[in-house]
Design a protein around this ligand. Structure first.
Ligand SMILES: *Cc1c(COP(=O)(O)O)cnc(C)c1O
Length: 311
């Protein structure tokens, strides 16, 4: 990468390591390993680093000074764009879903984004669905920015996610990943070997995901497992928190509330119920996402719950 782009932040200091995940509930012939993508960068977690890398290089090459993107109040993507933008010398702007958020104290995610200099533009949920209209009502001209789509998924993001798996990962027969928009999964699908399959645990209801994955990935061996009936951006059931506490106690691995915990929880449930129909040598991708924990714990506290997500 040319030095003059000042994108030092985009170098991975510590390549991700694979660690065995010894969870009491995942006993038997199952061999479970976790790839610590969550540790590749201190501020831009896991898959968001992969997804932003080639986009930021492109933005610099095209001479852009500002990034514009979209997201919800707890979005790991917004936090990642704010941090990566600041470290690479871009101004950052975000269109945030939820007009009402403007008048209440910012949650930890949005406060973090703002601290890093991100300009937040709040729009109603209905307007948020129509991005072009939202921009025109805000008098924002997208041509003034390098625009990164909601969730960060585009062809360059998928290219970055092709770098998650390495040659030695061909030892595994099944790659498990949490799915939001499907960009990370598409990159994994593009980079697996013929004997491997990718299982995506879909945490949000979005009927576009399979089509989106197909536009980026041609390999056929992939499956989506829906998990969004029980968890989601606004729901953190007690059973999921108890599970995350157990995983942290037994393995030292902290999972995030929105993506990786629902994935491992569902995988474990399927295994216990004898419904795991994929391979037995599993590589779980820990895509990071810790920044959302503070917001979830703040909400639990406001609800006078004694539960807390492990940190
Ligand atoms: C954003 C995110 C995902 C989902 O990635 P997609 O490419 O949108 O499917 C998964 N895990 C974590 C921790 C994330 O922050």
């Amino acid at each position: 990468m040319p030095q003059h782009l000042h994108l030092h932040m985009l170098k991975i200091a510590n390549p991700p390591v694979n660690e065995p995940l010894h969870l009491s509930e995942l006993q038997g012939e199952l061999e479970v390993t976790i790839k610590r993508e969550d540790r590749i960068h201190p501020d831009v977690s896991g898959n968001k680093f992969r997804k932003l890398k080639y986009n930021l290089i492109r933005a610099k090459k095209e001479g852009h000074a500002s990034l514009l993107t979209f997201g919800g109040a707890f979005s790991n993507h917004l936090a990642a764009v704010a941090a990566a933008g600041q470290q690479c010398g871009f101004q950052t702007h975000a269109i945030v879903r939820g007009e009402e958020l403007k008048d209440s104290p910012l949650n930890p995610t949005l406060a973090y984004c703002k601290r890093l200099g991100m300009e937040l533009h709040f729009v109603s949920r209905s307007l948020y669905r129509h991005k072009e209209k939202a921009l025109s009502e805000l008098s924002i001209s997208p041509s003034d920015f390098y625009v990164i789509p909601e969730g960060g998924t585009n062809a360059l993001a998928v290219e970055g996610c092709r770098e998650i798996l390495t040659k030695t990962d061909t030892d595994f027969d099944t790659i498990a990943v949490a799915v939001g928009t499907g960009g990370t999964m598409a990159g994994l699908i593009q980079s697996v070997a013929d004997h491997q399959q990718v299982v995506g645990f879909q945490v949000v209801k979005d009927i576009e995901i399979p089509r989106r994955i197909r536009t980026f990935a041609t390999h056929k061996r992939w499956t989506l497992v829906p998990t969004h009936d029980q968890v989601g951006y606004a729901k953190t059931p007690k059973a999921l928190i108890d599970f995350a506490v157990k995983v942290a106690d037994q393995t030292g691995v902290v999972l995030d509330p929105l993506y990786t915990a629902p994935m491992v929880w569902h995988l474990t449930k399927k295994w216990k119920e004898n419904k795991w129909s994929f391979g037995n040598r599993i590589l779980i991708i820990h895509t990071g996402g810790y920044q959302s924990i503070a917001g979830v714990n703040q909400r639990l506290e406001e609800q006078k719950s004694s539960l807390r997500w492990p940190l």
